[in-house]
Design a protein. Structure first.
Length: 393
């Protein structure tokens, strides 16, 4: 059945371009949802809208009760002004599908059409999860909290683009066992000092001096406290303090992110940020307030499900375009991780990197684009996964 996806290529391209023109942000995506609903209605697939955001769940019932297999697409875009010169450029100013989620929806709709046509061959059912706010790491968590994974026996999702490397040619499928993406969390530290004249620092407590010590001390956690074989990142990306050269301000603000591949390292980093912040501040007579904003956990693929995907990929794109092992996971994050905490499954990367077509640009760049020729592969993979999972001959 998956071969038929090749015939859907033009339709997939059209749907992707339609969606590309109406990017929306976060959890409120009315036009995107309306578009998906129209397509689902055309096919005849019943769906239910989320009551808490613009996501929706559609169900393809098979010929009998059986395992429920979930397939996911994310729907949200980014606050970026598109710089591509294409006739399907974003019509929503300052907003752009710069991560390829437009293609994810199109590819899942394509798979859904084929699976619905062949529903009398499926001994179970397919649940289509269209989620909002992947970029804010909120959409998947919200849906999971509302029970979207209840009764699901396996879950799969795809990300298009250049995530692993722009050197991997378009049409390559990558699916690896175990951890494939990191957790991502944000931390905010507010250092409180006591403001005074720059000529008499002894009369106050200088939060900038404390902040400078803190930025360097935080890196010691990676250098001296985490085993070299455990990948972890601690980046300070935003600092703010003071307004002018001769005034010692009262506060220093520092924001950053931590990435890790396991819960132990993640918890340890958070604990040490707390301790080092408050103790460094205390050391120099100030105080610190630390806030952790937890993002998604690491994306951990089930080995058997990752193998199933790789086997499917070998049939759809060939062994030479299938990668089932990489040296290191990606330190980026994905809220697909929340689904994988509830059921075994796998997250799949589909490369769309093509230098000649200019689609070898980084995600979240105003010139991000995809090689649209790979769209059918995304649909075909989903269909093939269903065939293999349910042993449909
Ligand atoms: Zn993104
Ligand atoms: Zn993305």
């Amino acid at each position: 059945m998956w071969e038929k996806c090749k015939e859907l290529q033009n339709k997939l391209l059209r749907m992707r371009r339609d969606l590309h023109q109406i990017p929306e942000l976060g959890g409120d995506l009315p036009k995107t949802r309306a578009y998906l609903e129209e397509r689902l209605q055309e096919i005849g697939i019943p769906f239910e809208e989320n009551s808490f955001d613009s996501g929706l769940i559609a169900t393809i019932p098979g010929f009998k009760d059986g395992p429920v297999l979930a397939l996911r697409a994310d729907m949200d875009a980014l606050p970026i002004t598109e710089e591509n010169e294409v006739d399907y450029i974003s019509r929503h100013k300052g907003c752009m599908h710069a991560c390829g989620h437009d293609t994810h929806m199109a590819m899942l709709l394509g798979a859904a059409e084929l699976l619905f046509k062949n529903r009398d061959r499926i001994p179970g059912s397919i649940r289509l999860l269209f989620q909002t706010d992947e970029e804010g790491a909120q959409g998947a968590r919200r849906m999971v909290d509302h029970g979207c994974m209840d009764g699901v026996s396996a879950v799969f999702g795809t990300h298009i683009g250049t995530i692993l490397s722009k050197e991997i040619p378009a049409g390559t499928v990558i699916c690896t066992p175990g951890c494939c993406m990191a957790s991502f969390d944000k931390f905010i530290v507010r250092i409180h000092g006591s403001g005074c004249h720059g000529s008499t620092p002894e009369k106050g407590v200088d939060p900038i001096n404390i902040g400078a010590h803190l930025i360097l001390s935080l890196q010691e956690v990676l250098a001296r406290e985490i085993p070299a074989v455990k990948p972890a990142v601690l980046t300070v990306g935003h600092v703010e303090a003071g307004k002018t050269y001769n005034v010692i301000p009262t506060e220093f603000l520092l924001e950053g992110t931590i990435r890790s591949l396991d819960k132990e390292t993640r918890d340890f980093l958070a604990k040490r940020i707390q301790e080092i912040s408050s103790q460094t501040a205390a050391l120099f007579r100030g105080s610190a307030e630390v806030q952790m904003i937890w993002g998604a956990p690491p994306v951990v693929n089930d080995p058997a499900m990752a193998k199933l995907v790789a086997d499917c990929a070998r049939e759809v794109v060939g062994a030479e375009k299938t990668i089932d092992h990489v040296d290191a996971p990606n330190m980026g994050g994905e809220d697909f991780a929340y689904y994988l905490e509830k059921a075994p499954g796998a997250f799949i990367f589909l490369s769309s990197s093509n230098k000649e077509k200019g689609s070898d640009v980084s995600h979240h760049n105003p010139r991000f684009n995809v090689d649209e020729d790979v769209l059918w592969i995304g649909s075909a993979l989903f269909v093939k996964i269903v065939e293999k999972y349910f042993h449909i001959e």
